[in-house]
Design a protein around this ligand. Structure first.
Ligand SMILES: C[S@@+](CC[C@H](N)C(=O)[O-])C[C@H]1O[C@@H](n2cnc3c(N)ncnc32)[C@H](O)[C@@H]1O
Length: 225
């Protein structure tokens, strides 16, 4: 059973809805091929193995996956590591898709908006992943990073938050990246034209004592604790 932990609609509900409406069962069927098979390499120039390595390095046995998509990275890196797993997403189809794929880890599902306080009684986690979510969320970087304030109460003192996001500013996108950025931002699937490394770094440093952040192609990969 899925817990729905928020009763109040979040601010900017239309923009929030546009950012995840694309994840229909049909689109999720093609998601891994399109995003992790093609776009990461050809457009964002951040090989998928680099993102997998981030999971290999930071995934704990007590993990919260925030923004689950198809569950791709946990499927590839979770074996023998995951003890407790919670999948959190606003989109029902993503939760269902990832839950099926990751059924062997017996996940708990939480349907919630990352841009609003997460009113749950969940016990805290040792790792939280936020992979390819920030570039979807509407608003300026400081508004998107409010999600860190909602996730932090769910983190143990020594927990690690890690993830990656596609930047829209301060990068040198190739033709494919420019076309995809234009298309996805026009549709509201991405909201990242104002996202740059400086604002991401500043927001992480405001909230965490230890921050490591690097870029590969158009992607910023981060780890904070
Ligand atoms: C681009 S996908 C990334 C999925 C996965 N982490 C990956 O890297 O393949 C973005 C995910 O964030 C979720 N999402 C988008 N907006 C959200 C919001 N406001 N609250 C919670 N989840 C959201 C989407 O439903 C989707 O599962």
């Amino acid at each position: 059973m899925t817990k729905n932990v928020q009763e109040m609609p979040a601010p900017g509900a239309t923009a929030v809805a546009r950012a995840h409406a694309v994840y229909t069962p049909l689109n999720l069927y093609f998601y891994d091929l399109l995003v992790h098979g093609l776009s990461n390499h050809l457009a964002w120039r951040c090989p998928t193995r680099r993102l997998s390595a981030l999971y290999e390095a930071n995934l704990s046995g007590n993990h919260l996956e925030a923004g689950v998509g198809t569950g791709f990275f946990l499927d590839h890196t979770g074996e023998g590591r995951i003890g407790r797993l919670v999948l959190l997403d606003i989109n029902r189809h993503c939760l269902d898709c990832a839950a099926r794929r990751l059924a062997r880890f017996n996940p708990t599902l939480v349907q919630a908006n990352l841009l609003a306080p997460i009113a749950t009684s969940l016990a805290p986690f040792d790792s939280v992943s936020l992979t390819y979510v920030l570039h979807c969320l509407p608003g300026r970087m400081h508004e998107k990073l409010a999600t860190l304030d909602y996730l932090r109460p769910l983190m143990n003192e020594k927990a690690v938050l890690y993830g990656a996001t596609i930047l829209g500013r301060g990068i040198t996108p190739n033709l494919a990246a420019r076309r995809l950025l234009a298309l996805y931002n026009a549709k509201g699937v991405f909201n990242n034209y104002e996202d740059d490394l400086e604002s991401l770094t500043a927001g992480l440093r405001q909230r965490f004592g230890h921050v490591a952040i690097e870029t590969q192609g158009c992607v910023a990969l981060f780890r904070a604790s």
